[in-house]
Design a protein around this ligand. Structure first.
Ligand code: SF4
Length: 488
C-alpha cells in the first residue's frame, strides 16, 4: 500500500463497544495498573493482518477519499504500518498532547503525570514501525480535530519529522496533498483552512469500511455560536437520509449491530435554525433502527429537548425495545448562570431567553429521565468571563439536578474558538466555590455511576464478565473521595 493511515492505540479501540469509556483515555496513570486500565478503557481492536475491524470515523473518511482518488490506501493498526512499503503515513489526532478539556481537568486534579492519550500518541512516533518507514523516506501528514494543539508544539513536529499538519475539514484537499506527498514534493508545514472553505456534502465521501462503534455522521456544524467552540464556526450541513443509510449499511456489512448518530445536536437534524424538525428527527432514528439493534446519539442540546419534548418521547418509542433499554448523548450544560450564557454562549438557550436557561435544563432533564435517555453532561469551569456569582448559580443548578439520571463532568476551560487567545484554566487557579462545584459533580456521578453501570453493562454476554471491574473502579474512586473527605 502506498499510504497507511493510522492513529495511536488509545484511538484504535472500540472501548468494549461502549463509546463513553473512551473518555478514560484522557486520564493520567491512576490507582489501576496500566495493563488493567488499558484493558478496561482502550483494549486493542480486533485486527486481521494489521487491518483493524473498526477504525476512527475520521480516518475512514480520508481512506474513502484516497481510494476514490485512485490511491492505494488503507487504515492499519500502528504496530503494523511497516508491513507496507508505504510512502506516506497519515495520522489522525483527537487530543495528541493531552491539552483537551477532559485531559487537562483529570491531569490537573490527579497530578499523576501525562494522560494516556498523550503518552500513547508519542509512543507511536517512537515505535520501530514508524521509525522504519521514516528511514525509508515516508512522509507524515497529521489531521483530525486535535491538530490545533500542534500550534503550541511545533517542536514535536520537527522532532519526529512530521511533514504536514492539516487543520480543517480535509476532503477537498486530500487527493492533491497525498499525491504531492507520494511524488516526494515538499509539503506545506501547516495548512489552516477557513470555515468557508469547508467541503460541500457532495465532496464528502461515504466510508467504505467499519467505523468505531458504528459511529456515522449525520451532519456537520452547529448554529448556536458558543464562543469557546470551534465547531460553530463551520457551515451547517445535514446529510440526506440516503447518505446516512449507505454508511449504516457499510457498518452492518462488517458485522456491527449498533450505531452512534453523530451531529453536534441530533435534535436539530435537518433544521436550518434552532427549532427541531420532528418529522426529520423521527425518520432519521427509524432508518437507523431499521438496520441496527442499538441506536444512540453523539450529542444533543437541552434547549432543543425543551423546545420539542414530544420528540424525545417518540424517539423512545422507535428505539427502545427488547435489544435496547436506554440511549445516551453527550450534552453541554456548561453553566447554571443566565449571565454567563448571555456573555459566552448567547444562542445556547434559543429559542428561549438566557434568563430561562436553568429552567430549560431542569425541564429537559425531566423529559429525558422519563423517556429513558441518559446523557453524559459537561460543565465548563474557569471560562474567562466567569464570576463567583456564576459559579454559585451552577452549584444551585447541580442541587436541582440531583435526581437527574446522568453523569455531569466538570471540564476546565481550554482556549478554543473565539476565545483561542485566552489562557488555559489551571487547577491552581481554582477558588473555593469552583472546588465546591467539582465536589458536587463527584457526588452526583458516584451516586449515578453505580446505577448507570448496571444498565450500561447488560446488553451483551461479555458485559456481565467485565461489569464487576468497572464497579471496582467506581468503588476505588469513592474510597479515594472518602479518604479526602469530599464524599460521605
Ligand atoms: S452548542 Fe455545542 S457544538 Fe454548538 S456551538 Fe455550543 S459548544 Fe459548540
Amino acid at each position: 500500500m502506498e499510504v497507511v493511515l493510522t492513529a495511536d492505540k488509545t484511538l484504535m479501540s472500540n472501548h468494549h463497544g461502549k463509546e463513553f469509556l473512551g473518555f478514560g483515555t484522557s486520564a493520567p496513570p491512576n490507582w489501576l495498573p496500566e495493563w488493567l486500565f488499558r484493558y478496561l478503557f482502550f483494549p486493542r481492536i480486533k485486527s486481521n493482518n494489521g487491518f483493524p475491524w473498526q477504525a476512527p470515523y475520521g480516518l475512514r473518511k480520508i481512506e474513502a477519499k484516497l481510494i476514490d482518488a485512485g490511491i492505494d490506501a488503507g487504515v492499519v493498526y500502528p504496530d503494523d504500518i511497516a508491513n507496507h512499503n508505504a510512502k506516506v503515513i497519515g495520522i489522525y489526532v483527537m487530543d495528541p498532547f493531552g491539552w483537551g478539556p477532559s485531559s487537562t481537568t483529570f491531569a490537573g486534579i490527579m497530578k499523576t503525570g501525562m494522560p494516556y492519550n498523550a503518552k500513547y500518541f508519542e509512543l507511536l512516533f517512537k515505535s520501530n514501525a514508524y521509525k522504519k518507514l521514516k528511514k525509508q523516506g515516508a512522509k507524515t501528514i497529521i489531521g483530525g480535530p486535535g491538530v490545533w494543539q500542534f500550534k503550541y508544539n511545533m517542536e514535536f513536529a520537527s522532532r519526529y519529522k512530521i511533514d504536514c499538519i492539516y487543520d480543517g475539514e480535509a476532503e477537498k484537499d486530500v487527493p492533491w496533498l497525498f499525491k504531492n506527498a507520494l511524488d516526494g514534493k515538499e509539503l506545506p508545514q501547516y495548512i489552516e483552512k477557513m470555515p468557508k472553505e469547508a467541503p460541500s456534502l457532495d465532496e464528502i465521501p461515504e466510508i467504505k469500511k467499519a467505523s468505531v462503534n458504528g459511529l456515522i455522521e449525520i451532519g456537520r456544524g452547529c448554529p448556536r455560536g458558543c464562543k469557546f467552540c470551534t465547531v460553530t464556526l463551520r457551515p451547517l450541513r445535514w446529510y440526506p437520509y440516503e447518505k446516512i443509510e449507505k454508511e449504516l449499511l457499510v457498518n452492518k456489512k462488517y458485522g456491527l449491530d449498533a450505531t452512534i448518530l453523530h451531529g453536534e445536536d441530533v435534535m436539530l437534524y435537518g433544521s436550518s435554525n434552532v427549532i427541531p424538525d420532528e418529522e426529520k428527527v423521527l425518520k432519521l432514528n427509524e432508518i437507523a433502527k431499521k438496520y441496527m439493534k442499538n441506536v444512540t446519539w453523539s450529542h444533543a442540546s437541552f434547549a432543543a429537548v425543551a423546545t420539542k419534548p414530544k420528540i424525545i418521547e417518540k424517539v423512545a418509542e422507535v428505539i427502545i425495545d427488547e435489544n435496547q433499554k436506554w440511549w445516551g448523548a453527550e450534552m453541554g450544560i456548561e453553566t447554571g448562570s443566565p449571565e454567563l450564557v448571555k456573555k459566552a454562549m448567547p444562542a445556547k438557550a434559543k429559542p428561549f431567553k438566557p434568563k430561562e436557561y436553568p429552567e430549560i435544563v431542569k425541564q429537559a432533564a425531566g423529559v429525558m429521565t422519563d423517556a429513558g435517555m441518559i446523557p453524559a453532561c459537561t460543565l465548563i469551569v474557569g471560562l474567562p468571563q466567569e464570576t463567583d456569582d456564576d459559579v454559585i448559580k451552577t452549584i444551585e443548578l447541580m442541587d436541582d439536578l440531583k435526581d437527574f439520571k446522568s453523569l455531569i463532568v466538570p471540564l476546565f476551560f481550554v482556549p478554543m474558538g473565539k476565545l483561542k487567545n485566552k489562557d488555559w484554566f489551571r487547577e491552581e487557579q481554582m477558588n473555593e466555590l469552583q472546588k465546591e462545584l467539582l465536589i458536587k459533580c463527584l457526588q452526583h456521578d458516584i451516586k449515578w455511576a453505580k446505577n448507570i453501570a448496571n444498565e450500561y453493562f447488560q446488553e451483551r454476554k461479555k458485559d456481565i464478565l467485565i461489569k464487576p471491574l468497572y464497579h471496582l473502579f467506581i468503588k476505588i474512586i469513592e474510597w479515594q473521595g472518602k479518604k479526602k473527605k469530599v464524599l460521605e
